[in-house]
Design a protein around this ligand. Sequence first.
Ligand code: TMP
Length: 238
Amino acid sequence: MVADAAAPASGRPGHVQEMATGLIGAAGFEPLGLGSRRGRLIAFEGIDGVGKTTQSRILAERIGALYTWEPGSTPLGRAVREVVLARDELAISAEAESLLMLADRAQHVSDVVRPALEAGRWVVSDRFVFSTLAYQGYGRGLDLGILEELCRWSTGGLWPDLNVLLVLDEQAAAERLDAEPDRLESDGRDFFEKVQAGYLKMAAADPDRWVVFYADLTVEELAREIETAVLERLSPHA
Ligand code: TMP
């Protein structure tokens, strides 16, 4: 089911229906230095356990896009991922966590995403700029304006053409995580409520660049709905 970001379906968890409007001004960033023949960038977003990785891989395969992810898809990114997610004995402040994510993203954009887009390929990224705004901004409480500027700087202004947000009750999402929780996954339910509410606010503030799905369908049903919505929004022939 596609949930209109500006008009959530009724009967959903309370926070889903309490989306504020007019949040941060994420619209307005345009890819810099890329010609009109460049590929499109689609980012999958959502809290841990909603099924982003499965769905982003399926979509990439079906539309012939390059699949990539954050953090960890470059050699630097793998080191960042190890430090930020696996080394739970390290004290990492919210600011340091943000800057590590941004270092991963800067390298990811320059080594993977931008070259692919410039070559005309479509790219599906499992997480991108809005993960920083949702987790470090809404989740950790850091200043959204500063984070947004830093995101813009880290990508050279590259912003997703479309964000696919998967939404699920936080408890259900937590139950889907099979392995030992990493440092971020160990944050409590309150944290994930704030992160998910943040995502929903950002989606509501910029409905042209977001499609929102409640991820309570089968993998195949959800995959079909996502593919249809993405192709409707970003026709390869447009
Ligand atoms: P994942 O690969 O399982 O999605 O894990 C990545 C974790 O990193 C997830 O908990 C979200 C978090 N994260 C941030 O907090 N900020 C970011 O900018 C990114 C890209 C990820």
